[in-house]
Design a protein around this ligand. Structure first.
Ligand code: SIN
Length: 535
């Protein structure tokens, strides 16, 4: 399947204006223009997409309906009927098999903890695996953690928790070295220097990559390490509820075996949640770049146990999700395409936005072009999008660059007989990242004693908009920090008190008291597409 006839006239306009656009720098938005664009077109600003939370620590806040749906749902566990006899006791229970979970497990084991890592799907089935463009590390002469810090704060709207941002940028060079020592194959030039590129909202070329499978290469490295070091891990075993002790400190979790449908009670001195984000709840009906298990399980469990959520009113829509062909709608088209110089172009062949605005602004400009100005391109099945002019990459950097830098993307389209070195890609924003999450401190600890969080489940670090490449960095930095802190804490924790599910009972009572009558059960564990046209 190449582009159908009805789309080819629009493609000709992109080609016709390419030469003149090559020398055209589209002006960046002023802060006022950016805010106006967000107000008018960003899905976070649609009042009808939100409702007030009735129960729990964020009571009274307005959050997206889909988020309220999962946090105001009943537990899978009926506390009165459930026996809390532990099937297993460990020092540190790591819940999650992505970059955050594996980093945490590796460090905890290195520091002497007895670790059990459990994961809902297979080890490595996570958003880390799917990240394409790169990881931000300030390690070049013209850069510094201080400059990185300013970029992260600016990208997040200056509401980020500063101490978390400081931890992120200061640990970044160490984490880069750790990865490389473990065998990560960073892109390097002929002299062996790291190749770095721009991402949206970065003031320096700081994006390190492994072609366009940067996350898969991280997952390969970490998964090998977990397996080679003999860390115990169990697959297809998601957590469905946290366990507290009589003093409301976290002390393990109830796990659910997806194959046998049996529950397992694990008592742990400390717990690290690294279950990722909420892409698969499809906020505002958007498709998603996220892996199949991204159903915000950790967020739900921590909230029910009493944790506070930050910035859950803010969702990241990646500007460039595939809009054609139908089979890949919503899948990620990495920001690296724009980092390499490709422009966004409307149905007249015109640029309409600076290509590397922060993602919130870039996505809003695309939505404006399609929905506000009617200058998008419509596919035969009725999707509308704008062009991402990928053939510019070889024009700018020389023939062969695109296939070298973006081999996975090239293949993804080649399967459909679309040659992205010759023709542009049709794109539209897609749900990519949970900007907010459970509040943590610099060690990754939540307000619930002995409960730590790493990665997308947490909130505060990225403020209201994460920059590209700071998610891979986040999972490694806070995975390692949580692994260390949870191990140190585990040494002080004894298994004295009995295990308790009083928090679940109390949450159910609060739901009833507020008249929230629902059949919904959470964590969802897996998305249900039986009555849906989104995937
Ligand atoms: C991308 O490559 O555009 C996604 C990576 C990220 O979200 O950091």
């Amino acid at each position: 399947m190449s582009y159908p006839k009805e789309m080819q006239a629009a493609i000709k306009k992109v080609a016709a204006t390419r030469k003149s656009r090559m020398n055209e720098t589209y002006p960046m938005l002023s802060p006022e223009e950016k805010q106006e664009l967000l107000n008018n077109y960003h899905p976070d600003y649609r009042d009808d997409a939100f409702r007030q939370v009735q129960v729990g620590a964020n009571k009274g806040e307005s959050l997206p309906h889909e988020v309220v749906d999962i946090i105001e749902a009943r537990s899978r566990i009926e506390p009165a009927d459930f026996s809390l006899t532990a099937d297993k006791e460990v020092d540190v229970l790591v819940i999650g098999g992505g970059g955050g979970g594996c980093s945490a497990a590796l460090v905890a084991a290195e520091k002497g903890a007895e670790v059990l890592q459990v994961t809902k799907l297979r080890l490595g089935d996570a958003n880390t695996m799917m990240a394409q463009g790169g990881i931000q590390i300030a390690d070049k002469e013209n850069d510094s953690p201080a400059i990185h810090y300013l970029d992260v704060m600016g990208g997040g709207g200056f509401v980020n928790k500063p101490e978390l941002v400081k931890a992120l940028v200061m640990d970044a060079p160490k984490v880069g070295k750790w990865l490389e020592d473990l065998g990560y194959m960073f892109d390097k030039d002929e002299e062996g220097r790291m190749v770095t590129r721009h991402g949206g909202g970065t003031s320096r070329k700081r994006m390190h990559s492994a072609r366009d499978y940067s996350g898969a290469e991280i997952m390969r490295t970490l998964r090998d390490e977990v397996q080679n070091r003999g860390i115990e891990y169990i697959e297809f075993l998601p957590a469905v509820e946290l366990l507290l002790d009589e003093q409301e400190r976290c002390q393990g979790a109830i796990l659910y075996d997806l194959e046998t449908e049996e529950y397992m009670v694990v008592r742990a001195r400390t717990v690290i949640l690294a279950t990722g984000g909420f892409g698969r709840i499809h906020v505002s009906g958007f498709p998603t770049t996220n892996h199949y298990g991204a159903t915000a399980d950790g967020l739900v469990m921590a909230y029910r146990a009493g944790a506070n959520l930050l910035f859950m009113d803010s969702t990241q829509f990646h500007p460039t999700g595939a809009a054609f062909p139908e089979q890949i709608v919503g899948l990620l088209i990495t920001e690296k395409v724009r980092g390499l110089g490709a422009q966004l172009v409307n149905n007249k062949g015109e640029q309409f936005v600076y290509p590397l605005e922060t993602r919130d602004a870039e996505a809003s400009a695309i939505i404006r072009e399609c929905e506000g100005r009617n200058l998008g391109i419509t596919t035969p099945t009725g999707m509308t999008g704008v062009w991402l002019d990928s053939p510019m990459i070889d024009e700018i950097h020389g023939p062969g660059t695109l296939q070298k830098e973006l081999p996975a993307m090239y293949r993804q389209f080649d399967r459909f007989d679309i040659d992205i070195t010759k023709d542009p890609m049709l794109i539209f924003p897609t749900l990519h990242y949970q900007n907010g999450g459970v509040e943590i401190d610099q060690r990754g600890e939540t307000a619930i004693e002995n409960l730590f969080i790493a990665g997308e489940t947490s909130g505060g670090l990225h403020g209201k908009n994460r920059l590209m490449g700071n998610s891979l960095l986040d999972v490694l930095v806070f995975g390692r920090r949580a692994g260390k802190a949870a191990t140190e804490r585990a040494r002080e924790v004894s298994f004295g008190d009995s295990l308790s599910l009083k928090h679940v009972e109390s949450f159910h009572q609060q739901l009833a008291a507020k008249g929230v009558e629902t059949e919904r059960v959470s964590p969802m564990l897996l998305p249900d597409y039986s009555n849906s046209n989104i995937s």
